[in-house]
Design a protein around this ligand. Structure first.
Ligand code: ZN
Length: 381
């Protein structure tokens, strides 16, 4: 087991606020409140210590896919995102053939069982052809509760979330079925009206999948899903803060409306995240990544991001000028609570897993600890 450590002299972001010259004490895999004898002191003056990041919507990284890869590929992607601060990740599938998705979910469930990922997000196939984004139109289907159930069952208790176009036939029954099975129902890739979205929320939907992206815009006589999702306290809105998916003012609008406690920063990353430009597959579709922007080869739709959450963090503080505490809420605490994992992760408190990120004074990542072990050691930087 790793020796106990005292991270000292940093600005530490706690649920109660930021402590200058704070300490985080790690014993074994956990955060504790008193330093054991012979603990190693790691001095981090001028640095920030924040909770490890929690990504609820991520399709891959490091050249490897969560949506179509082998178990080995998934682990490679998980490791890549870990090096960028994401210590908790939900693996997102994309639209595919139902039998393929069920088999793939079985493989991902084994990785969840081993705690490499914390669960599975099914994005598609039950989404709207009008708002399909980078999903294969041939494979889209209306949300039939029996088919939804087939995927949930295939995940052996590790299905965490499903994105649905809830206005389609079977949509509301599918939302209810998901909620009954403890799976988050997320509204997304949707062409719903305001009223249809309200009905989905009343049926139990609690997440807006990448708010603004792949849904109708706000109109003054047709306020649409965005308005319904922003105004309802029961909804957490996902935002992709990569500077490509959202105008900075749209991000501000979401923060103002929903408040910092209802925003979850996600990457929606695909394989090129933490890797580089080139040709990739997203599910069955070909994607070209140029200058860090992923687009379908056919049609040019944006096809996920190449974002890592450390970049989303830095951007939120330095470009969007959000308070660090709000960014920590959106990138760690809120998604942890949404997943029901806030007893273990999402904040720096005694008893919780020692999952944390060290940032320098320019908000660049210099250290990552997961379960008490350095993934990126700030002393080697
Ligand atoms: Zn996605």
């Amino acid at each position: 087991m790793a020796p106990s450590k005292v991270l000292a002299g940093a600005r530490v972001v706690l649920p109660t606020g930021t402590v200058d010259d704070g300490r985080v004490i790690v014993d074994g895999t956990r955060i504790v409140d008193t330093a054991p004898p012979q603990a190693q002191v790691v001095d981090l003056p001028g640095h920030w210590v924040v909770p490890g990041f929690v990504d609820i919507h991520n399709h891959g990284g490091g050249g490897a896919s969560f949506a179509g890869g082998t178990a080995e590929d998934v682990l490679k992607g998980v490791e890549t995102h870990r090096r960028h601060g994401t210590t908790t990740v939900v693996a997102s599938a994309v639209t595919g053939d139902l039998d393929f998705l069920a088999r793939h979910a079985g493989m991902l469930a084994e990785l969840a069982q081993q705690d490499d990922i914390v669960g599975i997000h099914f994005e598609g196939p039950f989404i709207s052809p009008c708002r399909k984004g980078a999903h294969d139109e041939q494979l889209l289907r209306d949300p039939d509760p029996a088919e939804v159930r087939k995927l949930v069952d295939a995940a052996h208790g590790h299905a965490k979330m499903m994105t649905l176009a809830t206005e389609l036939p079977g949509g509301l029954d599918s939302v209810r079925l998901l909620v009954e099975h403890g799976v988050i129902a997320a509204v997304g890739h949707t062409d719903a009206t305001y009223e249809q979205t309200v009905r989905a929320i009343d049926a139990g939907a609690t997440v807006a999948t990448h708010l603004f992206n792949a849904m109708p815009p706000v109109g003054h006589r047709a306020p649409g899903p965005i308005t319904a999702l922003l105004e309802d306290e029961r909804i957490t809105v996902e935002l992709i803060n990569d500077g490509t998916h959202l105008h900075p003012a749209a991000l501000q609008l979401a923060f103002h409306h929903a408040g910092a406690s209802r925003v979850a920063f996600i990457t929606d990353a695909m394989d090129a995240a933490g890797f580089g430009d080139g040709r990739y597959l997203l599910g069955p579709l070909e994607v070209e990544v140029a200058d860090g922007v992923a687009r379908l080869v056919e049609g040019g739709s944006i096809a996920g991001s190449t974002l890592t959450l450390d970049r989303a963090f830095k951007r939120a503080v330095t470009v969007d000028r959000l308070p660090v505490g709000d960014v920590v809420a959106a990138i760690s605490a809120n998604p942890a609570r949404l997943l029901g994992l806030d007893d273990r992760v999402g904040s720096l408190e005694p008893g919780k897993d020692a999952d944390l990120v060290v940032l320098d004074d320019a908000f660049d990542l210099v250290g990552v600890m997961r379960r008490g072990e350095w993934v990126v050691d700030p002393q080697l930087g």
